[in-house]
Ligand binder design. Structure first.
Ligand code: PRP
Ligand code: MG
Length: 181
């Protein structure tokens, strides 16, 4: 399917994203100022959100690490089977207060899988942060500790969200609707 032949509209423009991510950053700073913050960003979807978020968290000693997970492939629907394609590169995280950052919680299979995976490494504490949350789509119970925006069940693209692994670099989030006739 060709995205150019579909209707789309901007859902969150650059200003709205910047303002909300700034608020999240300030909240996280407040909560983690006296802790040992390790951000784990889930690739690929969260790379843009996380890059902006960490620059809004005024804790210069925070660390960032990455994990690559995959559930969707090129499909628009989650397969439900989450794969850890690349794990974090820190072997001992027992001294760290971990914050897992992803772009979206949809079915939440990804977040629940990653939370279980990271919990086994015994971090000092473990919380989650998503830019978007689609609670109506849950297949497993999950409530993020930090959330940018709660949204309805809409197909979102841009700002890290892909359509067949493209359009991640669009600086705003848009919603793709039905195909044009
Ligand atoms: C997408 C998205 C989240 C996950 C959310 O990633 O980035 O990580 O799906 O869906 P869920 O709550 O239903 O598990 P995807 O696996 O498509 O890979 P990507 O991050 O490389 O786009
Ligand atoms: Mg992802």
């Amino acid at each position: 399917m060709d995205i150019e032949k579909r209707k789309w509209e901007i859902m969150f423009d650059e200003t709205k994203l910047r303002e909300r991510i700034n608020e999240l950053g300030e909240q996280i700073k407040f909560d983690y100022i006296d802790k040992n913050l390790l951000i784990i960003s889930l690739l690929k979807g969260s790379f843009i959100f996380c890059a902006d978020l960490v620059r809004c968290i005024d804790i210069k000693t925070l660390r960032v690490n990455f994990m690559t997970t995959s559930s969707y492939g090129d499909a628009e629907e989650s397969s439900g089977k989450v794969k850890v394609q690349a794990d974090i590169t820190l072997s001992d995280i027992s001294d760290y207060d971990v914050l897992i950052v992803d772009d979206i919680a949809d079915t939440a299979n990804t977040m629940v899988h990653v939370v279980n995976h990271i919990s086994k490494k015994n971090p000092k504490s473990l919380k989650t942060c998503v830019l978007l949350d689609k609670p109506s789509r849950r297949e497993v119970e999950f409530v993020p500790d930090y959330c940018g925006f709660e949204i309805e069940d809409k197909f979102v693209v841009g700002y890290g969200f892909d359509f067949q692994d493209r359009y991640r670099n669009v600086p705003y989030i848009f919603n793709v609707t039905e195909e044009l006739k």
